[in-house]
Design a protein around this ligand. Structure first.
Ligand SMILES: *Cc1c(COP(=O)(O)O)cnc(C)c1O
Length: 395
């Protein structure tokens, strides 16, 4: 195996500190707020709520916990159905199982790679026939691109079913001028280490329903009743965010706009240098939407490019560059093999095609010009070389 001449590994998306994090961490230490509550938690919640334009936000230990709380607030329980985007990270759907509920997976459509309104409509149509409407619809905004929220909201409103917007990857993105994560009854964000801003691990639940979010805080702190003697009338969770980690989040939020600009510039650079290669098609940005371009994603037509996604990932890996396939659709996951799935069209599964041909390129906001040059160089080389070889064989 050829050994890379490059020492530095280029990651898909690595944490990018601003330098100000330490200030908030030091404050937490100086005031001894070393707990899953405190001034940084309160401030971080208020700052996120203001940034996206909602009434309130609850800081929690992960995006997954935020989804779980949203399902609890909507009363999702044993035997209930929840519709969920199929093309996503498994964390979108795991909390459905925590509640003993049953997921129904909805395909993507080609314009946003996100939930297909057509497939959603068919799923609702069947649910009405069965007399088993879902209790919630979890809509994911993949790689920073908003789903077709207007169409999806119209359909869900028609059936009176609330939306949980999984905006784990789309903080700072907009749909028709409105912040991603604010379209559903509840929205969730993630601050995991690989997201556009990070607290190393953490999440946020947002809503305009203050009363419901008060209940979320209660559930996230072991559902402790208002009594001095530790009384509990229902089962809760330990889901609150540490005051130290919230401090990291505050400093990260201060530079979010810069991080978005950097990721969008990275996308633009890849697009300018690679979109003229045969068979490469970049993830679109729907008109009137603004993607944060968390990850630059594209599809590769093997016949035209002369190289498949897995071959290209291997070539890049040998150069110490991390690239990844697009999320494996949840309806194809062994653990969800018995779940129902609605494709975009009866005989067209968009998420499966995206999985088969989709690739995510290194997109971290801390990438240097040299890093970008390196990735671009090796992709151009591989596609052009393979093409030449293919042409020689053909002639
Ligand atoms: C990262 C992610 C989550 C989960 O967030 P965690 O903070 O890691 O629990 C949920 N949904 C999507 C789409 C994600 O990318």
């Amino acid at each position: 195996m050829s050994q890379s001449i490059y020492k530095k590994r280029i990651f898909l998306s690595s944490p990018h500190m601003s330098g100000n994090e330490q200030k908030y961490i030091n404050e937490a230490f100086a005031t001894n707020w070393i707990a899953p509550l405190g001034p940084n938690v309160d401030a971080f919640e208020a700052e996120i709520a203001q940034y996206v334009g909602v009434e309130e936000a609850v800081a929690v230990s992960s995006g997954t916990a935020a989804i779980h709380l949203a399902l609890l607030l909507l009363g999702v329980g044993k035997g209930d159905r929840v519709f969920c985007s199929s093309l996503t990270f498994i964390a979108s759907a795991n909390p459905i199982f925590y509640q003993g509920a049953e997921p129904v997976f909805i395909d993507s459509e080609p314009d946003t790679w996100n939930m297909s309104p057509q497939a959603l409509e068919r799923a609702f149509h069947d649910a009405v026939k069965d007399g088993n409407l879902p209790k919630a619809v979890i809509v994911v905004n993949l790689y920073g691109q908003s789903a077709k929220m207007e169409e999806i909201t119209d359909i869900c409103n028609q059936y009176g079913v609330p939306i949980i917007e999984d905006a784990a990857e789309s903080l700072g993105a907009k749909y028709k001028g409105k912040a991603s994560g604010t379209f559903g009854k509840y929205g969730i964000f993630s601050f995991n280490g690989n997201k556009i801003i990070t607290t190393s691990g953490g999440g946020m639940l947002v809503s305009n329903d203050r009363e419901a979010l008060q209940k979320a805080r209660f559930l996230a702190t072991q559902a402790r009743d208002a009594a001095p003697h530790y009384q509990h009338s229902q089962i809760g969770f330990n889901y609150r965010l540490s005051n130290i980690l919230a401090g990291i989040g505050r400093a990260q939020l201060e530079v979010l706009e810069e991080r978005i600009a950097a990721r969008r510039a990275i996308f633009q650079r890849y697009f300018n240098e690679l979109s003229n290669l045969p068979g490469l098609t970049f993830m679109p940005e729907l008109t009137n939407t603004f993607s944060n371009r968390w990850l630059t994603a594209l599809t590769i037509n093997k016949n035209q490019a002369g190289i498949s996604v897995s071959e290209l990932i291997e070539v890049l890996s040998q150069q110490n560059i991390e690239a990844r396939p697009v999320w494996k659709p949840l309806h194809l996951q062994p653990v969800f093999k018995d779940s129902k799935y609605y494709p975009h069209k009866l005989h067209e599964s968009v998420s499966e095609a995206l999985f088969n041909n989709g690739l995510c390129l290194p997109s971290g906001s801390n990438m240097t010009e040299d890093d970008l040059d390196r990735v671009i160089h090796h992709i151009r080389q591989s596609v052009i070389k393979r093409k030449e070889r293919a042409n020689m064989i053909n002639t």
